[in-house]
Design a protein around this ligand. Structure first.
Ligand code: CP
Length: 329
């Protein structure tokens, strides 16, 4: 086990080397196999405490992280921001220092406003003596990224280099989903040797910095990173399709009414059976969930044989267990 990760923050996959990410994945696979065999893990973080601050809702992230701490022998405290004194003045410095004195790790979800969440996490991490883990910001969703790459490795028996990975914008009635997942995917997937295609209508541009990192990572890995404005073109010959909605944050600059108007122009951006037929025969359909059925994806696709959404959601548990086991002292 790589003890160099002890005490480290995990605010973006960019902060960890490929070797470190692979080590987390190796441990995730081991935890998954051992859980199936009912091997206990409750000696690993016995008596440790993780504070989980949520400034937004969650099904998978909250429950996989809380369950991970319990399975590792520790405890997690769920802290919706409104149940704390943050709105009455508790600063990032105070949260970082005080929770470090009480416990052993801090995990934060803060993903609603562009330019806010990642900065908040970095501010907490500056003052915390314990690892700070990003549970989704406006910039990245590193825990989702690990579950996604674990799922891809699993489905293709680790034969993933050179495969075509498509992250495509898709229409959803809730038009303001954070850009963390598509940004995280374009930045990380090239590092694992995948050729990445980003598809979106022109208004759904992502952070220029994320695009720059994606291009650089693809160049360094010797793979392709391309951008297209046509969902059909993107799906052609794909091995992995990941169609999901995100808000036109960068185009409309946090103007939520404008973002809705823009999204409503593209209701035909849906993952349906016709589009799935454009991809390779053994292509997989991924989604981090929650998905907007009937808008982002049809029931036939999300419930169909190519969908891997339940394995993907399950892998959130094994990957977060590995990150917590490797980082918390
Ligand atoms: N995929 C994901 O982060 O799900 P939740 O929003 O339910 O945590």
């Amino acid at each position: 086990m790589n003890t160099k990760l002890k005490g480290r923050d995990f605010l973006s996959t960019n902060d960890w080397t490929l070797e470190e990410l692979e080590q987390v994945l190796d441990l995730s696979f081991k935890f998954k196999q051992e859980r199936a065999l009912r091997v206990p893990h409750d000696h690993i973080l016995r008596g440790r405490e993780l504070f989980m601050i949520f400034k937004d809702k969650s099904t998978r992230t909250r429950n996989s992280t809380e369950t991970a701490m319990i399975q590792l022998g520790g405890h997690a405290t769920y802290l919706p921001a409104e149940a704390t004194q943050m709105s009455h003045g508790d600063t990032a410095k105070e949260i970082g220092i005080i929770f470090s004195r009480y416990g052993d790790g801090i995990a934060i979800r803060d993903d609603i406003y562009l330019g806010v969440g990642q900065k908040y996490m970095e501010d907490v991490a500056k003052w915390a003596d314990v690892p700070v883990i990003n549970l989704e910001s406006d910039w990245d969703h590193p825990m989702q990224m690990l579950a996604d790459i674990m799922t891809i490795k699993e489905k293709f028996n680790n034969d993933i280099k050179g495969r075509k990975f498509v992250i495509s914008w898709a229409y959803a009635k809730s038009h303001a989903k954070p850009p963390a997942v598509p940004q995280g995917l374009i930045m990380m997937m090239p590092r694992f040797g995948l050729n990445v295609t980003l598809a979106m209508p022109k208004e759904f541009v992502l952070s220029p910095k994320a695009m720059e990192i994606a291009e650089r990572n693809a160049k360094e890995a010797g793979v392709k990173f391309e951008v297209v404005n046509d969902m059909d073109e993107a799906f052609k010959d794909a091995d992995i399709v990941y169609p999901k909605s995100w808000g036109a944050y960068y185009y409309a600059e946090n103007n939520f009414d404008e973002m809705k108007k823009i999204a409503d122009k593209y209701k035909d951006w849906i993952a349906d059976e016709r589009r799935m037929k454009l991809a390779k025969k053994n292509a997989i359909y991924m989604h981090c969930l929650p998905a907007d059925r009937g808008a982002e994806v049809t029931n036939e696709v999300i419930d169909g044989p190519q969908s891997v959404i339940y394995d993907e959601a399950e892998n959130r548990l094994h990957t977060v267990k590995a990150v917590l086991a490797l980082t918390i002292r």
